[in-house]
Design a protein around this ligand. Structure first.
Ligand code: FMN
Length: 206
């Protein structure tokens, strides 16, 4: 059965620009996949830990040598990985905060990018272990980072593409909105919705 993993990381709650857009994407996906399953995760409600010595120790301990304390530490990261593993499509809301990704999204990345789980090394060559996935990243910013001079300060798109690519997710589409005032936010959100509509029309035509 096809599965969508829908993740939000905006800290702006009902004032968020990305949340209505990831919801719009999910609704469209549901229409296109009535028998599919949607797994939803709000990273701002997930109480993710920052990686520390204990967690890193657990990540690098062979499975058959994990003690009870390490097993407990790995429960949530394992759950996050399982959500990624079982889904074939992802929609992630990743707004631009201070030129980069929200801290909760970075905390999430640090829990899922794990040796032997999402990547391995063949000699010197990294090998992403998440194959055949499609990721849609909904991002939003105050300014318009799609063009210079702000484009060079957008560390969201290059970072997210790099880290998803590292774990094997190379089919990545960005959907953008921006604005600091209601009119610009509404206009760019409408345009983002049209982009989402066209993605589903394209998929239908295939
Ligand atoms: C903590 C924080 C940092 C931000 N930093 C930037 C920034 O560096 N550049 C920018 O153009 N907008 C910045 N913004 C504005 C957000 O990108 C904008 O509000 C966008 O709508 C965020 O998406 P969201 O509403 O889904 O959270 C920032 C907002 C917050 C809350």
């Amino acid at each position: 059965m096809t599965k969508l993993l829908h993740i939000d990381s905006s800290g702006k709650g009902s004032q968020s620009t990305t949340r209505p857009l990831t919801n719009y994407f999910s609704t469209k996906w549901r229409e296109a996949n009535p028998a599919g399953e949607i797994v939803y995760r709000d990273l701002t409600e997930s109480h993710l830990p920052y990686v520390n010595g204990e967690l890193i120790g657990a990540f690098y301990t062979p499975k058959d040598q994990l003690d009870e304390a390490k097993k407990l530490l790995l429960e949530q990261p394992d759950q996050l990985f399982e959500e990624l593993r079982i889904a074939d499509t992802y929609v992630f809301g990743v707004p631009l905060y201070n030129f980069g990704v929200p801290a909760v999204f970075k905390a999430y990345i640090d829990l899922i990018v794990r040796p032997g789980t999402t990547f391995s090394f063949e000699g010197d060559k990294p090998n992403g272990l998440l194959a055949n996935k499609k990721a849609y990243i909904v991002t939003a910013s105050g300014g318009d980072y799609s063009e210079q001079p702000l484009k060079s300060l957008d560390f969201v798109e290059p970072y997210v593409r790099a880290i998803l690519g590292f774990v094997g997710i190379t089919d990545v589409t960005f959907i953008r909105a921006n604005g600091n005032d209601p009119t610009t936010i509404a206009t760019t959100s409408d345009s983002a919705k049209k982009t989402i509509d066209s993605l589903f029309q394209l998929a239908e035509a295939r």
